[in-house]
Design a protein around this ligand. Structure first.
Ligand SMILES: [Zn+2]
Length: 303
């Protein structure tokens, strides 16, 4: 059995772990990111954490992979810019590679999570899968033939021309409507709140459950936007599986069943609908996927 280190870099925590070649986590750790510190100092913590996992697992590493948010250059293994972490022109993969003595790849965090779901989660064994994360933003990762197709940013595909302002500068992006942030905005605008006046991603679903008709209509509208964006992806890529992750996807079938129904009307011609499912790995997707990206790197180096 071969073993790979996975590192999932987040704004609050960095998760590290050792994953076997089948995608099973055999050791894991989580450390606070401490983003107020210099990037080189954070790197030393990550290296120590990975070494700790290696010793817990009693395994020798074949390769490692990292998943990072922000603008990254995977070819060079450089985080170009990460505003949340304050990282700039950080050649993190080469530095990790030198410290660990194995090849290290750097991927976008949504891409890594998508690969994790394909290896061990909701899209296990699929030839192609699109994983959409409905969180603060809308993340997207496309995996085909077991490999990450780098650089998908379908969150910034426009679904309403001249629509809502998006953080990216365009108007009417998928993300502006379908992120948890977008759903919370719609909920607030409809005057639907929790008892204490706050709104979260679940508020609207709870209200509908309690018989609020306006809430049910708003959910239907939200799912219309979701279907519009996902139909575009299906028409363009025809993935075998579409996996939905993030807080909103926790609604499960009450979200997925009406979504499938709308997609049947939206998807082009006689295209069969892909499997539309919820992601199953949670935070582990990023860890497993990063490690499996390391495995792919090692395999391509062997050829
Ligand atoms: Zn955008």
């Amino acid at each position: 059995m071969k073993y790979y280190a996975g590192i999932d870099i987040g704004g609050t925590n960095i998760k590290t772990g050792i994953v076997d070649e089948l995608g099973e986590i055999v050791a894991e750790d989580s450390i606070p990111t401490g983003a107020d510190r210099p990037q080189e100092v954070v790197l030393q913590d990550i290296i120590a954490s990975v070494r700790g996992c290696v010793s817990t697992a009693g395994a020798s590493l074949s390769a490692a992979g990292m998943g990072s948010p922000g603008a990254i250059d995977s070819e060079r293994g450089v985080v170009i810019r990460n505003y949340n972490l304050g990282w700039k022109d950080f050649a993190i993969a080469p530095a990790m590679s030198e410290a660990l003595g194995v090849p290290v790849t750097l991927e976008n965090d949504a891409d890594a999570a998508a690969l994790g779901e394909v290896v061990a989660g909701c899209a296990k064994g699929a030839k192609s899968a699109m994983i959409i994360t409905l969180g603060t933003g809308v993340g997207s990762g496309y995996v085909i033939d077991g490999k990450i197709f780098r650089g998908c940013e379908f969150g910034h595909m426009v679904i309403v021309h001249g629509g809502l302002q998006c953080t990216c500068g365009r108007k009417g992006c998928f993300e502006a409507y379908c992120s948890a942030t977008g759903l919370i905005r719609m909920t607030r605008e409809a005057g639907i709140t929790e008892d204490d006046g706050t709104v979260n991603g679940k508020t609207i679903f709870d209200a509908a459950e309690n018989g609020n008709k306006a809430a049910a209509e708003l959910i239907d509208e939200y799912i219309e936007y979701l279907a519009c964006g996902i139909a575009n992806l299906i028409n363009g890529l025809q993935p075998e599986v579409v996996g939905l992750g993030g807080g909103v996807a926790k609604q499960g079938e009450s979200l997925l069943a009406p979504l499938r129904e709308k997609l049947r009307r939206e998807v082009f011609g006689g295209f069969a609908l892909p499997r539309i499912v919820s992601c199953t790995l949670g935070y582990k997707a990023g860890l497993i996927g990063a490690a499996m990206a390391g495995k792919n790197l090692a395999a391509s180096a062997d050829r």
